[in-house]
Design a protein around this ligand. Structure first.
Ligand SMILES: [Zn+2]
Length: 114
């Protein structure tokens, strides 16, 4: 992975798990659209999350893929990561762009997302 992409994602997370909000010095970079589904090394396809959120905890993304997909931590192969909504730790619903920003979309109608 391009180190600039990793740095941009980690800067966006700013030392906190993007999923649960816990401070962490050891965040994992998770592909929302898995590489096996055609996901790319792009900022909008990567989230910085703690290991319990990633694959260790009983509530982790990899152990609960259906729930993770509802919340945007997993993205189906047919969807675009830049558009697919992500539910952050603080309850806001955002899209991720490839520059490392959160774009608020709360209140956006579902039609606009598809
Ligand atoms: Zn977490």
């Amino acid at each position: 992975m391009d180190s600039k992409i990793a740095e941009t994602v980690l800067a966006r997370a700013n030392g906190y798990c993007e999923r649960c909000g816990a401070p962490s010095l050891d965040l994992a970079l998770h592909h929302r659209k898995l590489k096996s589904r055609g996901g790319k090394d792009e900022v909008s396809n990567l989230v910085a999350i703690c290991h319990p959120c990633h694959n260790l905890g009983t509530d982790s993304i990899h152990l609960n893929p259906t729930k993770a997909t509802v919340k945007g931590w997993m993205v189906p192969s047919y969807a675009q990561t830049e558009i697919y909504p992500l539910h952050l730790a603080d309850g806001s619903i955002v899209r991720l762009d490839n520059e490392g920003n959160y774009k608020e979309i709360e209140g956006t109608s579902w039609q606009e997302l598809s």
